[in-house]
Ligand binder design. Structure first.
Ligand code: ADP
Ligand code: MG
Length: 227
């Protein structure tokens, strides 16, 4: 589980300083599902970067299962990240020269899994997002929705404890958005995965047990009794 304690993140550019996060306290239990909403520039992506150990807070603690990510060395942080945390971003971030299967396999390389098993696990993950017939396709040979499904498979193939998604449908047209939301909703319902998603999609927000809103770096969390 996560415990964020008085997390601040300040970006300084020249003389200007932005408080992207301003004293955020947040607990996310194992298997929790949290939707994050709020205006552009409010600090949503910054919060996800802190949760994912992609960046460090200016002050405060980001504790994952008893370990303060802010204090880890770069090497240990990378390890914690590759073992425990899956990311899905708005941009798919696939490697253009690799096939779907090879892109998914990249998540398993740091874990020291042998080639043959890597291939099988990647094929299984792609099948689970409906791309079992597209293993050998390059990103350029797939639609935006298919590319995002490859990215989801890549995030899930290592069976992470935590899945972090930052506006995963933000770059997609409406019909593709539904396709990806269906895949994410299926994951969302599956038990066990801690799932934090920044989204403006109200369907999922209604189903989320908790919805956090971030404005000007400050967070408020609402319990959703109906979910
Ligand atoms: P959101 O995801 O809610 O749109 P962000 O977390 O991306 O918001 O940004 C929060 C604030 O921090 C914004 O004012 C943004 O301009 C600023 N910011 C984010 N990343 C950087 C950065 N790398 N350098 C400088 N300022 C940044
Ligand atoms: Mg953002």
């Amino acid at each position: 589980m996560y415990e964020l304690k008085n997390v601040t993140k300040r970006y300084t550019r020249g003389k200007e300083s932005v408080h992207a996060l301003d004293g955020v306290d947040l607990v996310i239990g194992d298997g929790d599902r949290l939707v994050i909403q709020g205006p552009t520039g409010g600090g949503k992506s910054t919060l996800l970067q802190m949760l994912g150990g992609l960046d460090r807070p200016t002050s405060g603690e980001v504790v994952l299962d008893g370990i303060d990510l802010a204090k880890l060395s770069e090497a240990r942080l990378t390890r914690v990240r590759s073992e425990n945390i899956g990311f899905v971003f708005q941009s798919f971030n696939l490697i253009p020269t690799l096939t779907a299967q090879e892109n998914v396999e990249t998540a398993l390389v740091p874990l020291g899994i042998k080639v043959k098993e890597r291939r099988e696990l990647a094929a299984d993950a792609l099948t689970s997002v409906g791309l079992g017939e597209r293993l050998g396709h390059l990103p350029s040979e797939m639609s935006g929705g298919q590319q995002q499904r490859v990215a989801i498979a890549r995030a899930l193939v290592k069976k992470p404890k935590v899945l972090l998604a930052d506006e995963p449908t933000g770059n997609l047209d409406e019909s593709t958005r539904d396709e990806i939301m269906d895949v994410l909703e299926r994951l969302w319902k599956e038990h066990g995965l801690t799932f934090v998603m920044v989204t403006h999609d109200s369907t999922l927000a209604k189903k989320a047990p908790r919805v956090a809103t971030i404005r000007k770096g400050k967070i408020t969390v609402k319990e959703n009794a109906g979910a």
